[in-house]
Design a protein around this ligand. Sequence first.
Ligand SMILES: C[S@@+](CC[C@H](N)C(=O)[O-])C[C@H]1O[C@@H](n2cnc3c(N)ncnc32)[C@H](O)[C@@H]1O
Length: 196
Amino acid sequence: MEKPFAPSCEKNREPILGVLEDHFHDRRAVLEIGSGTGQHAVFFAARLPHLIWQTSDRPENLPGIGAWLEEAALPNTPPPLELDVLQAWPAQRYDAVFSANTLHIMPWTAVERVFAGLPGVLAERSKVSFYGPFNYGGQFTSESNAAFDRWLKDKAPHQGIRDFEKVNELAVLAGLELVEDRAMPSNNRCLTWLLV
Ligand SMILES: C[S@@+](CC[C@H](N)C(=O)[O-])C[C@H]1O[C@@H](n2cnc3c(N)ncnc32)[C@H](O)[C@@H]1O
């Protein structure tokens, strides 16, 4: 099959790699939620060969992710798992979770399910990193994020840029402690938590 392609992944992968190098250097197995095209997975897994990079997504995205993994033929990328966060979660545990650009796409009920589901797949002292746009103090951090939010809501009213504070509240309820909130290019953030 022709591989799906997201131009955004080419732009944000280097800065995200910097975060993963800092926080995942001592990790062994990462569950990626909402892997999308699979582009991030092959880029990160090739550069972080000490990690098993487990992709996952809703069923319709698995063939595309599989096409990227098959072409790259890396030793550390098992076949993608079917994971809709509103359905059953994998039984296996991981010492890291990564997800990019998912929380503003999912409805808020699914965001809640992400954080409710995390404790069931995390090993002790796991790290969790989420990349994407966030609001602070109920405000957009830029005009471009405000425009992006309007565009998201026009496409589907359940979508929208999430409040950092509300997401962090869910994380705290899941037993996570924020260890870094890193500013990323294009008014994005990378939030990293530790399971305490
Ligand atoms: C904008 S794409 C981001 C894809 C990729 N992570 C990236 O950065 O290019 C949003 C992703 O969230 C996934 N997603 C949306 N709802 C989901 C759900 N309920 N469970 C799991 N993944 C979901 C979509 O399937 C899609 O892959």
